[in-house]
Ligand binder design. Structure first.
Ligand SMILES: C[S@@+](CC[C@H](N)C(=O)[O-])C[C@H]1O[C@@H](n2cnc3c(N)ncnc32)[C@H](O)[C@@H]1O
Length: 314
């Protein structure tokens, strides 16, 4: 592998690790590569050095990943006189296994910061674009909302927006996201695509609190807002403290975004009523939806509803 490709594949592994991908999906270097001292050093510095990295994945996940890495390094040791495990990795391993670990269920229900990295190609030398969210992947069903994790549809929408064709929908625009969940798409747009303004909305108060916290963690300012909004009710933004002029300006958008909002046929009429409202009363010119095809019947209900709305109704 060329040095460029090696760097690219280590960057990919690091991005996957901070995104807390399941172990079987991690792209680990092969044994002959990972055993090299320079590669082990990069792995320590970019994945396990507690003094320099934040947010690190939870202890249980880190321990499982490091165990897999250490086994792979050991596979690569052909000359015990020459090849050895990096001392920082050994020290990290010793410290990790001595720490108490919550059960996988407890861990799955805790909030954890997750760092996502936008895709790059081997030829792009740009700095990584990252977004930090606050998630609890195990709270999905017990909490009564599905918004505590970032769903694949959001990742796909973020990936599309990271392309030059995608960015044109957001750059210089006023954007509103419906059912934003962790706020991943909105924060990516606000952080990297130079919009005028992005407003992330959801109906769940806890998600609003989490997004407000993530806003600070991503260093976002006035270009990004968070608001509670249940479809079918008045948009609770701007606040009562805003002057009338500011309020009018803030209630005007160019683009609406949504990811994974078509999973329940009961929600569709409300979603469509809300979209009509956005087009009719909030200046929205286009709606970009990213959907996961979990159930053909549900998705068909969505397509049918789209047919009913256009063009004679809109
Ligand atoms: C499957 S999650 C998708 C979250 C996020 N867009 C993603 O892709 O990661 C659906 C989101 O829609 C929100 N939601 C569902 N019904 C809603 C409603 N009537 N009004 C506002 N938000 C709603 C939920 O709270 C949840 O955050």
């Amino acid at each position: 592998m060329s040095p460029n490709n090696e760097i690219h594949s280590l960057k990919k592994l690091t991005a996957q690790y901070f995104q807390q991908l399941d172990l079987p999906h991690l792209s680990l270097p092969n044994a002959a590569t990972i055993v090299r001292p320079d590669i082990q050093c990069v792995i320590y510095e970019h994945m396990f050095n507690e003094a320099a990295l934040w947010p690190l994945p939870p202890v249980g996940y880190r321990t499982r990943v490091l165990k897999t890495i250490v086994s792979r390094i050991e596979e690569g040791i052909t000359d015990p006189e020459e090849d050895e495990l990096n001392s920082d990795l050994i020290e990290t391993w010793t410290s990790l296994i001595s720490l108490p670990k919550p059960s996988q269920i407890q861990q799955a229900q805790k909030l954890t910061y997750i760092k996502y990295t936008a895709p790059t190609t081997t030829t792009t030398a740009q700095d990584s674009q990252t977004v930090i969210t606050s998630e609890s992947r195990g709270l999905i069903y017990s909490s009564g909302t599905t918004g505590f994790r970032t769903w694949e549809a959001s990742l796909h929408l973020g990936t599309y927006l990271s392309t030059s064709a995608g960015a044109t929908h957001v750059t210089g625009k006023r954007v509103i996201e419906l059912g934003a969940g962790t706020g991943f798409v909105s924060m990516y747009a606000a952080k990297y695509l130079r919009p005028q303004f992005v407003l992330a909305t959801d109906r769940e108060g806890t998600l609003i609190e989490n997004m407000t916290d993530s806003k600070a963690k991503n260093g976002l300012g006035r270009e990004f807002g968070v608001s509670a909004w249940e479809w079918g009710t008045p948009l609770g933004y701007p606040t009562e403290d805003d002057t009338e002029d500011i309020a009018r300006e803030r209630l005007c958008f160019d683009v609406a975004l949504g990811a994974d909002l078509t999973y329940d046929t009961d929600l569709l009429p409300l979603l469509f009523a809300t979209l009509h409202d956005l087009f009719d009363n909030y200046g929205v010119q286009e709606f970009i939806l990213s959907a996961t095809l979990r159930n053909q019947k549900t998705f068909q209900a969505f397509l049918d509803a789209c047919g009913m709305c256009s063009p004679q109704d809109s």
